[in-house]
Design a binder for this molecule. Sequence first.
Ligand SMILES: C[S@@+](CC[C@H](N)C(=O)[O-])C[C@H]1O[C@@H](n2cnc3c(N)ncnc32)[C@H](O)[C@@H]1O
Length: 347
Amino acid sequence: MGEPHGPSGRFAPHAARELGGMFDQVSDRYDLLNQWMSLGRDRAWRRVLARAIPEDAHAVLDLCTGSGASLAGLRRPGRLVLGVDVSFAMLELAAAHQRPRGWAARLLCADGFRLPFRDSSLDAVTIAFGARNLRPLGDALAEIGRVLRAGGALAVLEATAPAGGPMARFHALYLRRVVPFLGRLSRDPSAYAYLSRSIFEFGAGPQFERELAHAGFVLLDRRVFLLGAARLWVARRGRAAGQIASVAPPAVQDARPGARAPRPLKTGEGEVAQEWRLWSRAQAGLSFILALALAYGSWLFAKSSDAMPLASWLRHVGWALGGLAAVAFAVRAALLILRGDEPPRGS
Ligand SMILES: C[S@@+](CC[C@H](N)C(=O)[O-])C[C@H]1O[C@@H](n2cnc3c(N)ncnc32)[C@H](O)[C@@H]1O
């Protein structure tokens, strides 16, 4: 494993000190690299994350808040927003971002495994790109379950590993090669090697969902962004931490007289649909351009192949292959357009 405080010590259980130190090092370029690596989509995902929290949640914690990128979206009249992180340098950035707004979340430098809150004192917890740093995840979820009231909301946005499918190879290549390469722009490139490795370790979500259920959370919704590059889970804390909840229970009752029934959680259908629409259209456009290019190439080949030193059957095979490929891409473009813009649900 290597020395405990070196890069490999970051994977040790409860390695808050190591991770805090690592994020202290990369804080100056963190936001910029984060935006590049999410292809500029992280803001839209954070909006979906914020909308997953019920409007009437009063005390909301953004755990692993980092530079506070999710905090402004959580702001609501009368709401107390708290940001917790182990990296002091990241929290300083969060404080600096808040200054010109005339509104401030409360920022605390604390460890996610030992939150400085009373039992059942919070209405909601969000975590953006932080859950995969909390090892063992079960311990962190138990601590979140302790501070959340029964029925409180937990929304977790995380970068995830490829789950299979046609884009899985590109996704894996991106995580293994592009992310560490971009990380060279930061002060500690090993932090981006860590990022890549920790995403693979976290996986595509099934393990996380098991941990959630084991810690007594009831999964209400999940969303997939950018074909699985990131995912969002929305859960509600069951009545008792540690309860095994394999089926969704009825909405949690609030015992206070006159309390309103909990509202269904909003999960930002719009952004996901828009993202899927853009992606579908980009693919359809590319397929259409390829179909045109191949058709034109086959036509040129058919016209000039007489002058080429090729057997006649080879000439026929050549333009037939080009023609078939053109038709295949044209059909693909048509199918993508006909399929419409329906985003996939679930994973
Ligand atoms: C990848 S950053 C995400 C920051 C921010 N939420 C965002 O969306 O940009 C992960 C953050 O988790 C923090 N972190 C890691 N381990 C932690 C722990 N045990 N307790 C609290 N924060 C922790 C790090 O300091 C870092 O700021």
